[in-house]
Design a protein around this ligand. Structure first.
Ligand code: ATP
Ligand code: MG
Length: 342
């Protein structure tokens, strides 16, 4: 650990937090790593309180008890839902819960770098700061793709594309802290694929029973673009009886629905640079986020960009923790003058 100026390191737990639409993760300087689905639920009434026996539930557990809860997914489309008090409260709860999971010994100061989608940084910086302030003593808020880039040491001539649930975030690194024009957010990401897939399936199988949660699970299990040498079949009830359904074509179409905007935005962002830098950046494109797990997506993007010369697209090793690990590395390396004391 580098000496972080005057601070007394012994007494500080550094954490990197990735605040995502669908999942949030924490990596801490005590080597703990944890993640939860970004759902928060409060018991609806006095009976619900008794059934549940806890004041607040998170993630998978909250989803399971959704009928007894006021359920909140606070970062829909990557932005703290405006004007809704419970969203801000929910973000607070997520941060507190993640820090609890990282198991700080009581009395330790928490210094946190929080990665959020690029757009929410523009729109929600104050709300995010309020939500975090209660639980940490020093804070820096950065964009998710910047945290990922920092964690992978991609500081110069590189591009990170974070395909999340609510948003796809792009960030070009050229040897400085990225400015606003080096970053861009679009809304074609995982949730969008889920919507498309849901609609395609309803159209093809109007008498079969399924819900959005099941559709997302099908996507996560089978996602691919272009070609795949295997069948994709799932069992769904029709009039109460289980029936096998072929969903390969629908999976492919839904996953491919995000490709045009992905290629277009990548091309546009790179085009702003000098040709010499364009070539370097194009040879250093990294996909991150849950969407980077779609089979064939890196190869597709690489082929699409090759039209204009050499290009290399890879993906991060661990999409779940790439953001929080990068944020933690930033927290550990950052000189004291960059921290905002709360
Ligand atoms: N194998 C997979 N194939 C396709 N999509 C997947 C796969 N695994 C996860 N996903 C999708 O990735 C998305 C979640 O990714 P991630 O955890 O990076 O998002 P997030 O950080 O919560 O969202 P955001 O960055 O938009 O705030 C979800 O839409 C999820 O369904
Ligand atoms: Mg994310």
């Amino acid at each position: 650990m580098k000496p972080n100026d005057e601070q007394n390191q012994e007494n500080v737990l550094f954490v990197g937090i990735d605040l995502g639409t669908s999942r949030s993760a924490i990596s801490a300087s005590n080597n703990k790593r944890e993640w939860i689905e970004s759902y928060v639920g409060w018991p609806k009434d006095f009976i619900a309180e008794q059934v549940i026996g806890k004041p607040v539930l998170f993630g998978e557990e909250a989803l399971q008890h959704r009928l007894s809860l006021d359920l909140c997914r606070p970062l829909e489309r990557g932005i703290i839902k405006e004007g809704i008090e419970s969203s801000e409260r929910a973000v607070k709860e997520i941060i507190r819960h993640l820090i609890d999971l990282a198991n700080s010994e009581p009395g330790k100061q928490i210094h946190a770098v929080v990665g959020v989608p690029s757009d929410s940084l523009k729109v929600n910086k104050l709300a995010i700061r309020r939500a975090v302030a209660e639980h940490v003593q020093a804070l820096m808020v950065v964009t998710e793709p910047f945290a990922i880039a920092y964690g992978m040491n991609l500081l110069n001539n590189a591009m990170v594309i974070d395909i999340g649930a609510g948003t796809t975030d792009f960030c070009i690194m050229h040897g400085t802290i990225p400015a606003e024009e080096d970053q861009k957010t679009i809304f074609t990401a995982g949730d969008y694929i889920d919507e498309q897939l849901f609609n395609y399936l309803i159209e093809k199988y109007p008498n079969s029973r399924f819900n959005k949660n099941m559709v997302r699970q099908f996507k996560e299990k089978f996602s691919f673009v272009q070609t795949l040498n295997e069948d994709i079949r799932v069992e769904l009830p029709v009039n109460g009886k289980p029936v096998m359904h072929d969903i390969k074509n629908e999976i492919r179409r839904a996953c491919e629905s995000i490709l045009p905007a992905l290629v277009e935005t990548t091309t546009e962002m790179i085009a702003r640079f000098d040709p010499e830098f364009q070539t370097k950046i194009k040879n250093n494109i990294v996909l991150a986020g849950g969407g980077s797990l779609i089979r064939g997506i890196a190869e597709y993007l690489q082929d699409a960009l090759k039209e204009y010369g050499d290009c290399k697209v890879t993906r991060v090793e661990n999409p779940l923790f790439a953001g929080s690990d990068g944020a933690l590395k930033l927290a550990i390396d950052m000189p004291a003058r960059y921290w905002e004391t709360l």
